[in-house]
Design a protein around this ligand. Structure first.
Ligand code: ZN
Ligand code: ZN
Length: 165
């Protein structure tokens, strides 16, 4: 796990039986990453906090139960226009980890280049998530709509030749 958001101290949680592989709480995702065989009474637990995000009008809300990856700042002209900003900070998220909580009917997609669909709120215009025909298992996530600390930081700048003056 390369981008742990929070790691809890090892907890003592006697498993009732060995088939317990993961414990998914409604508020926090608890993922048991490795059992510690100290009489099989102690389990190391890594807490992966659920991330929440929403659009400006709060009509669209989403949850992410998984890690973000490849955080970067994109300076391409499409991202600048889509965000009305000097650049777009985004990360990659597994599509299976992303869940719309509300506002499904507000999600609107614009195909900014063939196969790339930028999703935004049709009421307030906030960019929410991008879909890729060639990679349906991943989504592009603008970090600006998150309500929680994403736990990752943009490490690189791309399309710097298109940088805003
Ligand atoms: Zn909105
Ligand atoms: Zn871009």
């Amino acid at each position: 796990m390369s981008a742990k958001r929070a790691e809890a101290a090892p907890r003592v949680a006697p498993p009732s039986h060995l088939s317990i592989r993961t414990l998914q709480g409604p508020l926090l995702g608890f993922q048991i990453v490795e059992p510690i065989y100290a009489g099989m009474l102690e389990w190391r637990v890594t807490e992966v906090a659920m991330l929440h995000g929403s659009c400006l009008c709060r009509g669209i809300r989403y949850e992410i139960d998984g890690e973000l990856a490849d955080a970067l700042n994109c300076h391409c002209s499409m991202c600048r226009k889509a965000h009305g900003a000097a650049f777009r900070s985004r990360a990659r998220v597994r599509a299976a980890d992303f869940r719309l909580v509300s506002g499904q009917e507000l999600m609107t997609f614009y195909e900014s280049s063939p196969g790339t669909h930028r999703g935004f709120c049709c009421v307030c215009g906030s960019p929410i998530v991008s879909k890729f025909d060639a990679h349906p298992s991943v989504l592009g996530l603008p970090l600006g709509a998150l309500d929680d600390d994403p736990g990752v930081r943009p490490q690189i700048h791309v399309y710097v030749a298109s940088k805003a003056p």
